[in-house]
Design a protein around this ligand. Structure first.
Ligand code: NAP
Length: 255
């Protein structure tokens, strides 16, 4: 954990998709670990309520990451607020379930706009500032589906697989600038996204039970399980880790 030190200004972190689920839990965990946190998402009331709940080291900036100038705007806001930029958590994402062969390209592009291109734009904007400042840590939230195949999840999986490939190459390219780039690959995690997925199934209760039954630890993740991994990868304890994908999936991908 990065503990606050006397007379040293708090490190600054950006969390995208902070208005829900894993992003909300991550914002709370980083705040607790002593960071200034710049929160972002589209929902202004939810984001402002979270920032107020956290306290003076939290600030919310509403932005749609699919807009071309959002990444620069968010990074500038984080620097103005925190006086530095140490950590970027690329967490915002949307789900997509559907038949691979008939999904319209318009839908495919929309999934990639949020899950892939927005993460890439944030990495570029934050990475450029971190390079000037002497280093930083970028954490991309991908998915177990970046590495395994599941029917009806191909479009989403491809959008996350691209971010996994980006993570590895960016880690190598940015290492000389002391910028670490890692991924976290959550398994099924109890968030509004997960609840929406179970609600779509023929028998939601049975689907939730089936999801848990396939996991060696016997339960789906809670958002705080993923948040804990983010705090670790952001911290000095992980100073020699770059280019990795850390599964937070209860052992699912070990089977
Ligand atoms: P969630 O509860 O649905 O939250 C998604 C977040 O992304 C929200 O804060 C949303 O904010 C933000 N977002 C979506 N589109 C956006 C856009 N265009 N611009 C700005 N913000 C946007 O999802 P979650 O379950 O916490 O998932 C978080 C991440 O983990 C995602 O990348 C997801 O793919 C990944 N993941 C989740 C699971 C799971 O089972 N839950 C498993 C593996 C990976 P607004 O609505 O305010 O815009």
């Amino acid at each position: 954990m990065t503990a606050p030190r006397e007379n040293v200004p708090p490190p600054t972190a950006i969390v995208t998709g902070a208005t829900s689920g894993i992003g909300d839990a991550t914002a709370r965990a980083l705040y607790e670990a002593g960071y200034n946190v710049l929160l972002t998402g589209r929902s202004l009331p939810t984001g402002e309520a979270l920032a107020a709940d956290l306290g003076p080291r939290a600030r919310f900036v509403a932005a749609d990451l699919t807009s071309s100038d959002s990444a620069q705007h968010i990074v500038r806001a984080a620097y103005a607020f925190g006086g530095g930029l140490d950590v970027l958590v690329n967490n915002a994402g949307i789900d997509h379930t559907g038949d691979l062969l008939t999904t319209p390209m318009e839908t495919v592009r929309a999934v990639f706009e949020t899950n892939t291109f927005a993460s890439l734009a944030m990495l570029q904007a934050a990475g450029a500032l971190m390079k000037k400042l002497g280093g930083g840590s970028i954490i991309n939230i991908t998915s177990r589906l970046a590495s395994i195949g599941v029917p009806s999840m191909s479009i989403y999986a491809a959008s996350k697989g691209a971010v996994l490939a980006l993570t590895r190459s960016a880690a190598v390219e940015l290492a000389p600038h002391n910028i670490r780039v890692n991924a976290i690959a959550p398994g099924m995690t109890r968030t509004p996204l997960f609840e929406a997925w179970t609600a779509e199934q023929d028998d939601p209760a049975e689907a939730a039970q089936r999801a848990a039954a396939g996991i060696p630890l016997g339960r789906v993740a809670e958002a705080r399980d993923v948040a804990g991994a983010v705090v670790y990868l952001a911290s000095d304890a992980a100073a020699y880790l770059t280019g990795i994908s850390l599964p937070v999936d209860g052992g699912y991908t070990a089977t």
